[in-house]
Design a protein around this ligand. Structure first.
Ligand code: FES
Ligand SMILES: [Fe+2]
Length: 377
């Protein structure tokens, strides 16, 4: 819905920074990880037109329930209207821009805390104090701006573009893989949300997720449990998503094995799914579990996001905690990697890196999508 700027990627000079072709394994230019002009374009061309996970359907299950959150840089509010339909709006007051709804809860209307403009659950402006004194004031012209909302199982996604294609077109293939993983989506309960900020460009954080080439060196505890060897760790790319599959090393189950986590449960292998541009869905081997992770930029050099940890209803707190300790260790290691890469990229001394396409093809796929969005190539 945000207007796309009149300059193209070629006209604004960004394309010229790709000196060596991505198709040959060269990375996006290092400058794209700290340039405010790139972030502006990403917001217009990527985040204003893409599906992003926002939360669980239970939080908007009854009429009047609402959830205020963000899709990329855009504040949004997801509501369950009086007919029980889940819909979404840009959570920005049509008066002067205050954020209308805060947090989550259940209300008959959404009232802006600044001057009390009050909106119905259908987004229409129901009351604006003193507006009756304004000749010609047309309340119908100041509804909250609608956005697209869609669901996959218990997961709610939003897209700021109200004309967006259905979510199913973006995530095609992934629901079937998750179904086959041993995780029953209907049994999942949201146990914890972890929010975080990172001094790194959002692409840098996503790219770290998209390859496990670094796993043997940077994640020793993970690499002892999951088979991250190049010939067994599987990478699958689709138009707007990609997946990684890791099986569990048999040695994990040997008596006396010195490993951080011994998976025992319904789920046999790990699956890590990336949904363009900034949502990931992760299943570890063991008891029924699934985490959804969202990353988006706050400034060119910083990003933030959250991870929702779901577990099967019958998974004990101890089992959940054991898995959380294991994945938190990996997350901690990743954080230090991307912070270091950010420093290196910002030095400007290596304007384009060189990927190993056999191991980093999902990262290359992501960079092609970014490039296509920003410079049309
Ligand atoms: S900014 Fe919302 S009522 Fe004034
Ligand atoms: Fe990692």
């Amino acid at each position: 819905m945000t207007a796309i700027g009149s300059t193209t990627g070629w006209q604004n000079g960004l394309a010229g920074e790709i000196m060596r072709p991505l198709a040959d394994g060269w990375t996006l230019p290092a400058s794209w990880y700290s340039d405010p002009a790139v972030l502006k374009l990403e917001r217009e061309r990527i985040f204003a037109h893409s599906w992003q996970y926002v939360g669980h359907v239970d939080s908007v299950a009854t009429p009047g329930s609402f959830l205020a959150t963000e899709v990329g840089h855009v504040p949004v509010v997801i509501v369950c209207d009086n007919d029980g339909e889940v819909r979404g709006f840009v959570n920005v007051c049509r008066h002067r821009g205050h954020i209308v709804a805060q947090g989550s809860g259940c209300r008959a209307t959404l009232q802006c805390p600044y001057h009390a403009w009050t909106y119905g659950l259908d987004g229409t402006l129901r009351a604006a104090p003193r507006s009756e004194r304004e000749p010609g004031f047309d309340a119908d012209a100041f509804s909250l701006l609608p956005i697209a909302v869609d669901t996959w199982g218990p997961f709610v996604f939003a897209n700021v573009d109200p004309e967006a294609s259905p979510l199913g077109e973006t995530i095609v293939g992934i629901p079937e893989l998750v179904d086959a993983s041993g995780v029953d989506l209907g049994s999942l309960r949201l146990r914890t949300r972890v929010e975080w900020e990172m001094p790194a460009n959002w692409k840098n954080a996503v790219e770290n997720y998209l390859e496990c080439y670094h796993c043997p060196t940077a994640h020793p505890s993970l690499a002892k449990v999951v088979d991250v060897d190049v010939d067994s760790y599987r990478l699958v790319e689709r138009e707007l998503s990609s997946s990684q599959f890791g099986s569990i090393r048999p040695s994990v189950y040997a008596e006396g094995a010195n490993v951080a986590y011994v998976p025992r449960g319904e789920v046999e292998g790990a699956q890590y799914h990336f949904i363009w541009p900034n949502t990931t869905v992760n299943i570890e081997a063991g008891r029924t579990n699934l985490s959804v992770d969202v990353t988006f930029p706050t400034t060119p050099g910083r990003s933030k996001g959250w991870t929702d940890y779901y577990y099967g209803a019958d998974v004990s707190d101890e089992e959940a905690a054991e898995l959380l300790v294991f994945s938190s260790q990996v997350a901690l290691e990743d954080q230090s990697l991307v912070e270091s890469v950010q420093s290196g990229l910002e030095s400007g001394m290596v304007p384009q890196g060189r990927l190993l396409l056999s191991s980093e093809k999902l990262l290359a796929h992501f960079q092609r999508l970014v490039s296509a969005a920003l410079v049309g190539d």
